[in-house]
Design a binder for this molecule. Structure first.
Ligand code: HEC
Ligand code: HEC
Ligand code: HEC
Length: 130
């Protein structure tokens, strides 16, 4: 009886591992439920030596009504907004609030660029530097 139980646990474990495998790598994609991993400007980010942006959507959603951001500031689709640091520093995009008045200014890169770029992107940026 005990043996059958152990085998069953083994099977459940195997199914669980397959599930984690199929669902990708949640560790690099998102720190927390509701986080949006942003890397559409990955080549420029790699050159500037900053990581990918992890936008804590949920953190913002509980503080603001959707219409504060959608669709005036951001189109409601992952990767559909052409966000640049120039715009942010000009008080547009994330800089609508991250301007030192509504929320902290975008000076500490790691606060937003807290994610990892893929090794392939990092390597090609390093190759271009040489
Ligand atoms: C502080 C601004 C902000 C608020 C408030 C906000 N969002 Fe978003 N939302 C964003 C940003 C930024 C993105 C990512 C856009 C991108 O990747 O270019 C996004 C993306 C989305 C997406 C697309 C996700 C995907 O995977 O394609 C949906 C759906 C969405 N928001 C719904 C909502 C809803 C519903 C609310 C209110 C409950 C809300 N948002 C409130 C900023 C906000
Ligand atoms: C509508 C206003 C608004 C917009 C637009 C906005 N933020 Fe924020 N964000 C805030 C506020 C307010 C806080 C909380 C500041 C504090 O705690 O001092 C915050 C906090 C954060 C934090 C820290 C979360 C934590 O766990 O402490 C990150 C990271 C962040 N924002 C990234 C972004 C990025 C990236 C964008 C653009 C894609 C963006 N924000 C757009 C208002 C905004
Ligand atoms: C408030 C959040 C926030 C902070 C703080 C921030 N960034 Fe960004 N950054 C973004 C977002 C959002 C993008 C666009 C992400 C995407 O869609 O690929 C971006 C894109 C970039 C890009 C590529 C696009 C471009 O404009 O060249 C570079 C380079 C960059 N950031 C450098 C920096 C550096 C260096 C710092 C610190 C001085 C910094 N960022 C601080 C949110 C931030």
């Amino acid at each position: 009886m005990i043996k059958i139980g152990a085998e069953r646990n083994g099977l459940l474990w195997a199914l669980l591992m397959v599930f984690f495998f199929l669902s990708g790598s949640p560790v690099t994609e998102a720190k927390e439920y509701g986080d949006i991993y942003m890397d559409s400007t990955k080549d420029s980010m790699a050159k500037a030596d900053v990581g990918a942006v992890i936008f804590p959507h949920w953190f913002h959603r509980i503080r603001y009504k959707c219409k504060v951001c959608h669709e005036d500031i951001f189109v409601m689709r992952k990767g559909a907004n052409n966000i640049s640091m120039g715009d942010i520093m000009d008080g547009k995009s994330c800089g609508t609030c991250h301007n030192g008045m509504i929320a902290w200014e975008a000076l500490e890169c790691k606060k937003c660029h807290s994610g990892e770029l893929t090794p392939a992107v990092k390597n090609s940026a390093d190759a271009n530097k040489q």
